[in-house]
Design a protein around this ligand. Structure first.
Ligand code: F6P
Length: 364
């Protein structure tokens, strides 16, 4: 009987726990089903340029705790909109037929795509074009539809919380306003969770546009009550009422080119000028995506990876492994690409934080 083969691809931004998923998929496929495992290198770039390698047991062993991805990733390679330099201009070309032909040459039974909305949106199109795909939801942003949680989120929250804890020292000692800008893209999950865990006085998330007056009022009110410092946790995608997000960079070669960032610095100037309180901003940036996954993320990644192999073996392609009511399940792959899953305004954590006096920048 022909030996079965499975391929793994990691797309989009890295995040803690990707290697734990690779390990789970590869080990289970090898040990339980005697499959060969192929690693596609650098996300969809590897499919387009035919770069891959057979993964041996030793390569996938000992990587549970390792940050990043041993396969490499790409945030800009999209086979349906591949950036090519034409003189000074960048043009986008559909190279999906080449990517699909390269995949077919591998003689693989299923492709496990580990990624966020961009990667899984592409996976969905590949599925429709005849590639048997299973998706695994990955992102520190926790903003994928179809799953209650993504792996990587808990690790990012743990890191951001520790950063807030450390910033409390300077805030208290120097009687300052300290602003921590966290990632999250267009959603406020990281800011909300780390903000609550770190005891942020003001938490600004994209889902609740803030008023500068309300932010200033909170800082002044705390001062009046004897609290000479304030901690502001702001999501990179937060925006003022009637205003827009702060764009850090446009990545021209990307089919999703806007990178957010910088709101912490503009808020810092505004708060210092208006209140006279010394203010500093810290942007955590990619530090949130690096390093070893938390125990929670290692467990989640392991479960999701194992479930992905089950689906390949059962031939249930076009699905994304997911978490529903705390249990590992699967949903149709297209669920993931329905736009970002933002924080619902009636989320219990918002209510709990408000009850404790936390401001979301919409009232004092
Ligand atoms: O989606 C993960 C993420 O880290 C977002 O939180 C952030 O907006 C973006 O990626 C940063 O992208 P890049 O790695 O291209 O700077």
């Amino acid at each position: 009987m022909k030996k079965k083969k499975i391929a793994i691809l990691t797309g989009g931004g890295d995040c803690p726990g990707i290697n734990a998923v690779i390990r789970a998929v590869a080990k289970k496929a090898m040990l339980e089903f005697g499959m060969d495992v192929i690693g596609i290198e650098d996300g969809y770039d590897g499919l387009i340029h035919d770069r891959h390698r057979k993964l041996g047991y030793n390569e996938v062993s000992g990587i549970l705790t390792l940050g990043g991805t041993i396969l490499g990733a790409s945030k800009i390679s999209n086979p349906y909109q591949y950036a090519l330099q034409k003189g000074k201009a960048i043009v986008f070309k559909d190279v999906s037929r080449k990517a699909i032909a390269n995949f077919k040459k591998l003689g693989v039974d299923g492709l496990v795509c580990i990624g966020g909305d961009g990667t899984l949106g592409i996976a969905c199109r590949l599925m429709k074009d005849g590639i048997p795909v299973i998706g695994v939801p990955k992102t520190i942003d926790n903003d994928l539809r179809g799953t209650e949680i993504t792996f990587g989120f808990d690790s990012a929250v743990a890191f951001a919380t520790e950063a807030i804890d450390r910033l409390h020292s300077t805030a208290q000692s120097h009687h300052r306003v300290m602003i921590v800008e966290v990632m999250g893209h267009r959603s406020g999950w990281i800011a909300l969770y780390a903000g609550v865990a770190g005891g942020g006085d003001i938490i600004l998330i994209p889902e609740i546009p803030y008023s500068l007056e309300a932010v200033l009022a909170k800082v002044r009110d705390r001062k009046k009550k004897g609290k000479r410092f304030s901690i502001v946790v702001v999501a990179e995608g937060a925006k003022p009422k009637g205003g827009d997000v702060v764009v850090k960079k446009i990545v021209e070669r990307s089919s999703d080119p806007v990178r957010l960032g910088g709101i912490g610095f503009s808020l810092s100037d505004q708060i210092e000028r208006a209140t006279g309180t010394e203010t500093r901003a810290v942007v955590l940036g990619h530090l949130q995506r690096g390093g070893s996954p938390t125990a929670h993320d290692r467990i989640l990644a392991t479960q999701l990876g194992a479930m992905a192999v089950e689906l390949v073996v059962l031939g249930q392609f076009g699905r994304m492994v997911a978490v529903e009511k705390g249990l590992i399940t699967s949903v149709p792959l297209e669920t993931a690409s329905g736009g970002p899953r933002t924080v619902p305004l009636d989320h219990p954590l918002i209510a709990a934080a408000r009850a404790l006096g936390t401001s979301f920048g919409d009232s004092k």
